[in-house]
Design a binder for this molecule. Structure first.
Ligand SMILES: O=C(O)CCC(=O)C(=O)O
Ligand SMILES: [Fe+2]
Length: 323
């Protein structure tokens, strides 16, 4: 008797060879889902019930804005002192006495070479003059700084933000994946749902926190209120398997064009935040970094992505991956 594998893939007697297809992941349409309240058709009717659980006088207004516009802005979540401490310590990491094992700084340009991820130890091995120059001339970022720094960890664990995300999800939200930006990102327009793998759909809230007052010329966060209500790009028809991270180069180009064309239907806004203000956005809200960044400007910000427990299903998705 022929083995299962040879029956599937082998050239057997009297049998045409079956074409070998790469495994493209599970069929997510068959996967049980527990959709979020704001993804359901009766969402507006549920606002009073959800608002009662969020102990803020403006809960009702914020939830209605979340549904209509796909984002909310929160003030007074942090003390000025904790924001300042964070901003200072990010800068100080460049001149620390000793390296933090595991920490790396991304997109560091030394001379003509840009290091995608530079280990903190390698950074500290540069002379102080080289570091001062690299810091000024690079559009550097730090991923997961909260794992290495108390001031960042304190911001990540802020209770007002966690309560807001849990209220918006109507289930406990957990902070994941922090990013510390030093300058305007100039990032292309995108939807975070399409760069994460979440289940249920849109189980994702982005939180953008200003670590200083943000100016027009520093390349602010750009976003398009209401764009979150647009359907998912039609080619991503087996989400969360099919999205931007698993898309082919051609498909990625079509997605990017789709996002640009969709954004053009909406008003473009820039988040000219005051230090400490936070913008919370829906996974499908189109956003990116403004294209123009004036030389010498900074745009210090901290981004956290919140998901409900178990909402990240990246481990159930198959590659190849674009990043
Ligand atoms: O800060 C920016 O310019 C964009 C950040 C962003 O898109 C993200 O972290 O999801
Ligand atoms: Fe994003």
């Amino acid at each position: 008797m022929r083995s299962i594998l040879s029956r599937l893939f082998g050239k057997g007697e009297g049998k045409e060879a079956l074409p070998v297809r790469p495994f493209t992941g599970i069929d997510w349409s068959q996967e049980p889902s527990n959709p979020l309240w704001f993804e359901q058709t009766d969402a507006i009717a549920r606002v009073p019930e959800i608002a009662r659980k969020w102990h803020r006088p403006d809960a009702d207004v914020l939830l209605r804005k979340w549904l209509a516009d796909g984002y909310i802005v929160l003030d007074n979540c942090f003390s000025e002192q904790e924001i300042d401490r964070f901003a200072t310590e990010v800068d100080d990491a460049w001149f620390a006495d000793k390296p933090a094992p595991g920490l790396s700084v991304s997109d560091v340009r030394v001379g003509d070479v840009t290091h995608v991820h530079m280990a903190h130890a390698d950074l500290l091995a540069l002379s102080p003059e080289q570091r001062t120059l690299a810091k000024a001339q690079s559009n550097w970022r730090i991923g997961e700084f909260h794992l290495y720094n108390d001031a960042a960890s304190r911001i990540l664990r802020n209770e007002t933000i966690a309560d807001a995300c849990s209220a918006l999800f109507d289930r406990p939200g957990l902070p994941h994946f922090s990013l510390t930006f030093s300058k305007g990102s100039t990032q292309a327009l995108h939807q975070d749902t399409c760069v994460f793998h979440t289940w249920p759909f849109n189980a994702l809230i982005g939180v953008w926190i200003a670590l200083e007052d943000i100016t027009v010329e520093s390349g602010p966060l750009v976003y398009y209120p209401g764009s979150h209500r647009e359907p998912l790009f039609h080619e991503f028809d087996n989400y969360p398997q099919t999205q931007r991270r698993t898309a082919s180069p051609e498909q990625s180009a079509r997605y990017d064009a789709h996002v640009d064309a969709t954004a053009a239907k909406y008003e473009r806004k820039e988040f000219l935040a005051k230090k400490g203000q936070a913008l919370l956005w829906h996974g499908m809200l189109i956003h990116g970094g403004a294209k123009f960044v004036a030389p010498g400007t900074t745009r210090k910000s901290f981004v956290i992505h919140f998901l409900p427990d178990g909402g990240n299903v990246g481990h159930r998705v198959v590659g190849p991956f674009n990043w």
